[in-house]
Design a protein around this ligand. Sequence first.
Ligand code: SF4
Length: 338
Amino acid sequence: MKSTPSPRKATAKKATASKQAAGKKPKPSTAKKATAAKKATPAKKATPAKKATAAKKAKPATPATPAKSAKPATPAKPALKIPQPESRLSLVRRARRINRELAEVYPYAHPELDFENPFELLVATVLSAQTTDLRVNQTTPRLFAAYPTPEDLAAANPEEVEELIRPTGFFRAKTKSIMGLAAALRDRHGGEVPGRLEDLVKLPGVGRKTANVVLGNAFGVPGITVDTHFGRLVRRWKWTDSEDPEKIEALICDIFPKSDWTMLSHRIIFHGRRICHARKPACGACPIAHLCPAYGEGETDPEKARKLLKYEKGGLPGQRLKPPPDYPGEAAPPLAAG
Ligand code: SF4
């Protein structure tokens, strides 16, 4: 397992900052205790031997290991209070600050589906319904090896496709979807994936979420991806109380410049998968707890919260079998090894 120094340092830094912001006295660190002990011992009178002993005792406290430096997040603190009604300016500032801090926590945020071209990303996104990106990534290499183009997939034997994608669940319905999609690409777009939202959403089984994933990641066209994580987190942060993905998308588009849309989506989805989980958010290990009005909805004890962390934050493999080079965690294992 590769170490993840930067994110942990960032976590510790923010934990300390949030403590100071909350006006809590930080728990004296071991280093401080060592200093206090030193003060209590009349250093001037110490013999060289005693000095050496004191130095020896103080030494182990000096280096802050990532685990120790993450500890001072301990004290429970109140959730961020938002003035009611909140002005638009205040909401925009809060939202943009969360985005900036998430960018520091997840500088390597990226789409978590493996793909080599727009066609693969489109099919992988359709397959990711009702399952994890990990399971899709473990399934698609064999599918794309057998059917590398829309023409190949559209002409495939459905039973063979069903067998290949069986691990993703709902494999009969998904076979119909991806074969229908492949046929539409072949018949309407000359076997190419169109690069415009209005064309993508007319393809069978492709909604705005899938279209935005493809546009943002395969075509470099900014898009907001409102999936289950995105919706949950923006409601926790009180950016909106809407449950409607289209309304959420419109609101976020209004708060952030276009250039932020795609990466903002990745960062929020990363945070939702790793720390701010649906059922047990790891508030006590959350680097943006000081900005969160929902702090305390999950586990606030840092030790217990750290055990809830997933993927690279929890020292576990990621979802991609081929993650980008800057990903600090481990690649996911192939299906046979999973
Ligand atoms: S983990 Fe807790 S503190 Fe962090 S964003 Fe989620 S609800 Fe807020």
